[in-house]
Design a protein around this ligand. Structure first.
Ligand code: SAM
Length: 180
């Protein structure tokens, strides 16, 4: 019984840490940067920070609305959003199975810390671009790990473009903030 209670607590804490809403000026900037087109899916819509800016023909999943991403099997041109971090690997795996382009805003260590993830990326294609935002706190996330937007592209074997997204975001959204 105690064990069950413990598991429930751990599950609730993990789920809470997974629900991090993206500020709209950041999601808008990312969409303008990666330029998704065709059939676009936000796999975990939350309150729509990404979904609302996607071009027509868009679709969404969101567990809280009874639409589990893992039940979505249709092929897409793009999957774009801010996935739950505790199941990032599973999200990425399913995304790679159904989409030609996958764009995820995540703590950068989620991508680089595990060889199994690097292997999955290499098997799928490669990283087309990374937009770096620096500490999560700079984009109002409740943690200080560095955050970036990764565009994974099926079959991609070219170079990876790295953009310091934070400079542009702060210049546009907050003229009082200087990034040195
Ligand atoms: C990090 S939040 C991001 C919310 C939103 N995309 C944003 O950027 O503001 C992750 C979201 O994933 C949802 N989620 C978790 N597991 C899911 C699943 N299996 N299918 C669909 N949504 C899921 C959570 O309910 C939460 O809203």
């Amino acid at each position: 019984m105690e064990e069950q209670l413990m598991l429930f607590k751990v599950d609730s804490i993990t789920r809470e840490a997974d629900v991090v809403y993206t500020p709209r000026h950041v999601s808008k900037w990312i969409i303008d940067f990666v330029k998704p087109e065709g059939i676009c899916l936000d796999p975990c819509k939350g309150d729509g920070a990404f979904y609302d800016f996607l071009p027509a023909g868009k679709e969404f999943c969101e567990l809280d609305d009874g639409k589990d991403f893992f039940d979505f099997k249709k092929k897409c041109d793009w999957i774009i959003g801010n996935p739950p971090y505790s199941i990032f690997k599973e999200f990425l795996e399913h995304s790679f199975n159904i989409a030609d382009n996958v764009s995820y805003l995540v703590p950068t260590n989620k991508v680089f810390q595990r060889q199994v993830i690097m292997d999955m990326i290499h098997e799928y294609g490669g990283i087309h671009s990374i937009a770096v935002f620096g500490s999560g706190t700079l984009i109002d996330f409740p943690f200080g790990f560095s955050v970036g937007n990764f565009h994974f592209k099926k079959g991609w074997r070219g170079n990876t473009r790295i953009e310091m997204g934070m400079n542009q975001i702060f210049n546009k959204s907050n003229s009082n903030t200087t990034v040195k």
